[in-house]
Design a protein around this ligand. Sequence first.
Ligand code: BGP
Length: 496
Amino acid sequence: MKIKNAFPKDFLWGGAIAANQAEGAWLADGKLPNVTDTVVGIMSKNPSIKWNKEKNIWELDLKDDMTYLSHEAIDFYHRFEEDIKMMSEMGFNSFRTSISWSRIFPRGDEEEPNELGLLFYDRLFDTLLEYGIAPVITLSHYETPLVLVGEYGGWTNRSLVDFFERYATTVFERYKGKVKYWMTFNEINNAFRMPYVSAGVISFPPTNSEKPFGDIDNKVIYQACHHLFVANAIATKRLAEIDPEAKMGAMCSFSALATYPSNSDPENVFGAMEFRRKSWFFTDVMCRGHYPSYVHRIWDEEESAPEMLSGDLELLKENTSNYIAFSYYRSAVYDKSAEMRVDTGGAKGFDNPFLKYKAPEPWSWPIDPKGLRYVMNELTDRYELPLFIVENGLGIAEIPDDNNEIKDIERCRYLQMHVQEMAEAIKDGCAVLGYLWWGPIDIVSAGTGEMKKRYGFIYVDRHNDGTGDLHRQKKDSFNYYKQVIESNGENIDINI
Ligand code: BGP
């Protein structure tokens, strides 16, 4: 199967991880905990924290009966040279990860940064560049420092805008010339689905100290979102001042943009539109530079409009994103009779009878490559901005077979189908900067907190119970992705 000249010569091929899912070393070299260090799976409603009524703060409270795999993860912090060498062997010319904010400012409110944290990312970025791999960096991948949540109440507190500006300008100045593509908040549109990890939202002080999220309503979350939008605008402005060559992206989870009405019932068509607006809302603000008209009815009816300071709306208007980074895994179906449940991969409503393939059990996500083309065209029609697919992948519970091999043909097929549709989207007129496979090396799952849910072309010997020697080995898909990259997306035949 050949695709002729679809991808530009400077197309960025590679993979993406997140600090909290790969680095481990969760307290090394001065780092303090962040919100993901307190959960097993980002959908958790029971973070390992407790209310200290003497100090009036939330603080870490690890549970003996829980296994926090992300605390060691795959020890990328100490093994990144070996891992980057393997990614270079696949032909990567770009690689996304996040800077763990609490390595740079451990509490988040310090005046001065932690030099050991800065040094780690110096070494990481220098190693990538030595292999000709461009770093693509997320400033916060669900990694708000725990102190900023436990002592300040997270992003509902306007102070975090200033702390984030200090953090962002510190790393922009430090890594100027090394990082060309930045993005602010991973999947910022998950603020309503996962308010704790996404926006550090918590009851502060709690109405019931046993319930960290007891009295959170949409007004609280819209307030946090407004502060995130202002912080995003300020970071975009400061990056343009500090490193005009660099680009700042908005980053959203856009599987939910591929939400189809279950039939032609106008109720379902309109309902699907309203459900999709829950995602559009975020790029509307960050890429158009103002709050969209439809949100005002919601604010009026819910009494949930956020407090704004004078100058905020001008900041949003004058500092819009340079490109749109997004994750896409699958599509969903909206029906007025079904509750739209969401998880890290997107929304789950109705099964779609027209989709032929599903991911293997136990997650068995529907596989919808044309949904990617649909989302890319919709985004291009609405914003006419360059797109960057910074997460796409298939999680499978797999282990080496009796011959110590992993014959992951399903992963190759998933990749093949999505590369094909991406090529069609480019021919449709979509401007695409690159494609980064989520989890090119097995890492800890965000949604489940497990190692069992493996995305990698590289297997890592670590298991849900914490056992494993962390050795790395290639899966069959390693050579397949290498073939796709070296042909610049033209040769997508599967011959493994
Ligand atoms: C996205 C996150 C990633 C990644 C991905 C896959 O929401 O940005 O961190 O984990 O989901 O989800 P999971 O690991 O739960 O399969």
